[in-house]
Design a protein around this ligand. Structure first.
Ligand code: TRP
Ligand code: SF4
Length: 332
């Protein structure tokens, strides 16, 4: 794990997101912000992991395409510059499937079963039957996603660290068997402190505790005003701990430094109440949501679609020579 903390200067960067619904602030602060920053310094490939979305949403895949269109628009509206990086769709670069299949030959089932997210997600998504080969193989497909581009760095949130550890081990095993064919990928973590969901758990669409990127002011205001704060503050006079409060996390991301310092101080001394603290947050949060919504509305869907098609063609070109190396190493 210590090794993960090392932030190298990356050369080739690949990362993906699953198109499973509207993007929320957790996606932005947990990953996208990191993508935007790194795309100024490295050769970056960012993709829609639509096959990964199918591993959980296979019974009703009807929303994946729409989520994918919105996701690309959200990435660009949030500041990811398509001139500086390559945007593409996983399922349209078939080499991902081919490398996944070949990696499967050398992937111990025990390794897959031991990835912590395997059991965690099965428990979290009890309503879905996830006892499938595709879901079990999720980390192997993710390994193919990054190894296919010789990526040395993978900007992801903390929740993906175990997948990157898996990827490194699988690449090492592959290289041990077939010679040094693939590049070992490293997680490139965001320095930004994480954003909690409005109920104090991790921000996640399935918990219904998120604020969408570009959410309408009225809706965001209502949800913030009923959000859970530090449960120790039952009365206005009870001191609180901002570190465990979603509202404070949002202040850190959206409010000016003086406000953040004030909230930190006055929460602990019961100098302000949660209602006022929330109203202060909305002063900066609402305009940020408005700006995102306006930026997204200005994007032409046809232009976004074209950028993604161009990016997908480029991704295929980069992936194919790596696949040629892999096929040769495996005597195919
Ligand atoms: N598993 C990632 C997530 O849920 C999405 C993903 C798929 C990904 N393939 C990837 C991320 C490759 C980084 C690299 O967020
Ligand atoms: Fe959270 Fe603000 Fe209330 Fe403190 S004062 S518990 S930071 S909402």
């Amino acid at each position: 794990m210590a090794e993960e903390a090392v932030q190298r200067t990356p050369k080739r960067v690949v990362s993906g997101m699953r198109p499973t619904g509207r993007m929320h602030l957790g996606h932005f602060h947990g990953a996208l912000k990191n993508w935007i920053e790194i795309s100024n310094r490295a050769d970056c490939y960012f993709f829609s992991a639509d096959w990964h979305a199918l591993t959980t949403d296979y019974k009703d895949p009807s929303r994946i395409a729409e989520s994918q269109r919105e996701m690309f628009a959200d990435w660009i509206a949030a500041g990811l510059d398509p001139e500086r990086c390559t945007l593409f769709i996983q399922s349209q670069v078939k080499q991902h499937a081919e490398l996944f299949l070949l990696l499967g030959m050398v992937t111990p089932i025990g390794w897959l079963e031991r990835v912590p997210t395997y059991k965690e997600l099965q428990e979290q998504l009890r309503e879905k039957d996830l006892a499938n080969f595709g879901f079990l193989g999720y980390p192997a497909l993710q390994t193919a996603d990054v190894a296919l581009y010789d990526a040395d760095a993978v900007p992801v949130g903390q929740d993906q660290v175990s997948h990157l550890e898996f990827a490194r081990e699988l690449v090492r095993r592959f290289n041990h068997l077939y010679g040094n064919v693939l590049v070992e990928p490293h997680a490139y973590l965001t320095a930004v402190p994480k954003i909690l969901g409005l109920d104090g758990r991790k921000m996640s669409k399935s918990f219904g505790n998120s604020i969408e990127l570009g959410e309408e002011a009225e809706s965001a205001r209502k949800r913030i005003m009923v959000a859970v704060t530090d449960p120790a503050r039952k009365r206005r006079t009870d001191p609180g701990n901002p570190d465990i409060c979603a509202i404070y996390h949002l202040h850190r991301a959206y409010s000016p430094p003086e406000t953040v310092a004030m909230v930190d101080r006055e929460c602990r001394s019961a100098g302000i109440g949660c209602v006022d603290c929330k109203k202060t947050l909305l002063v900066s949060l609402i305009p940020a949501l408005d700006r995102h919504r306006e930026a997204r509305a200005k994007l032409s869907p046809a232009v976004v679609e074209e950028l993604v098609q161009l990016g997908t063609a480029k991704a295929r070109k980069v992936a194919e020579p790596v696949m040629e190396r892999v096929r040769a190493a495996m005597k195919l």
